[in-house]
Design a binder for this molecule. Structure first.
Ligand SMILES: [Zn+2]
Length: 257
């Protein structure tokens, strides 16, 4: 691990922290028009990152055990959402809040919302660090997929905090701070792999399973929901093309993968 890798990891985590401000910065009319496309784009980047970068690297590092870890994290997320009754990345909820309606299934306790976000972000940060340790290409794809899928989520969370009576400033500071818990996950992986080299492959496998869940279960069904299906499909394909293009350009140029 060199200083450049560490720097890239923390730049990515810092950008992910800025995503926490999305709800307060993006204009509401723009969001209402573009949120479906953004969600579909996030699904496309997550799924192509899983299958082209994260899982292949995890299998290279951990062998077949990577699939068991990925499967375990997929099932754990499903059970967790079922137990909490909370779709972390539910874009319909996000859109609903951006439009200003409450969603009956969503938790209204800001502290519960922020705590579950923090937990999720530690995982995102760990995934970004593990991917950068493998290769810059895997790192960029993963960081991009993380930031893009956080945007709709942060928009929804911001609206929810505002609806709970929080001021604009307090909501934004809280969301950015919670977003930066990703640094804890990233630092944990960077330090932990020094003592436990297999950690990197395991973290990638777990990230693969959870990205697959978020992309396929939380985000992808949005493609078939509501009007404006064309912008959703275009958004999804743009996500696939971007990560896929990066992957195949690298392979063509003689890089690995
Ligand atoms: Zn996330």
């Amino acid at each position: 691990m060199d200083a450049n890798t560490v720097l890239l990891v923390f730049i990515a985590v810092g950008l992910d922290g800025l995503a926490g401000l999305a709800g307060g910065v993006l204009s509401e009319p723009w969001l209402q028009r573009r949120l479906p496309a953004l969600v579909a784009f996030a699904a496309g980047t997550l799924l192509s990152t899983v299958f082209l970068e994260v899982l292949p690297e995890a299998v290279e590092a951990r062998g077949e055990a990577a699939f068991a870890w990925a499967f375990a994290s997929f099932v754990a997320l499903a059970l967790m959402e079922w137990a909490l009754g909370h779709h972390h990345h539910d874009a319909e909820v996000a859109a609903g809040h951006a439009h200003g309606h409450a969603h009956p299934g969503a938790p209204t306790l800001p502290s519960a919302l922020l705590a579950s976000d923090a937990l999720h972000n530690v995982g995102d940060g760990a995934a970004v660090a593990a991917a950068f340790l493998v290769s810059p290409q895997a790192g960029f794809a993963t960081a991009f997929a993380v930031i893009v899928h956080e945007l709709p989520q942060e928009v929804g969370d911001y609206a929810l905090l505002r609806a709970a009576g929080w001021s604009r400033a307090r909501s934004l500071v809280a969301l950015a701070a919670v977003q930066l818990t990703a640094a804890v996950g990233a630092a944990g992986v960077l330090l932990g792999t020094r003592y436990l080299p297999s950690l990197q492959g395991t973290v990638l496998a777990i990230a693969g399973g959870s990205f697959l869940y978020i992309g396929a279960v939380d985000l992808l069904p949005e493609l078939r929901r509501g009007p404006d299906s064309r912008q959703r499909v275009v958004g999804f394909l743009c996500g696939l093309l971007l990560i896929g293009g990066l992957h195949f350009a690298e392979a063509f140029a003689g890089g690995h993968g």
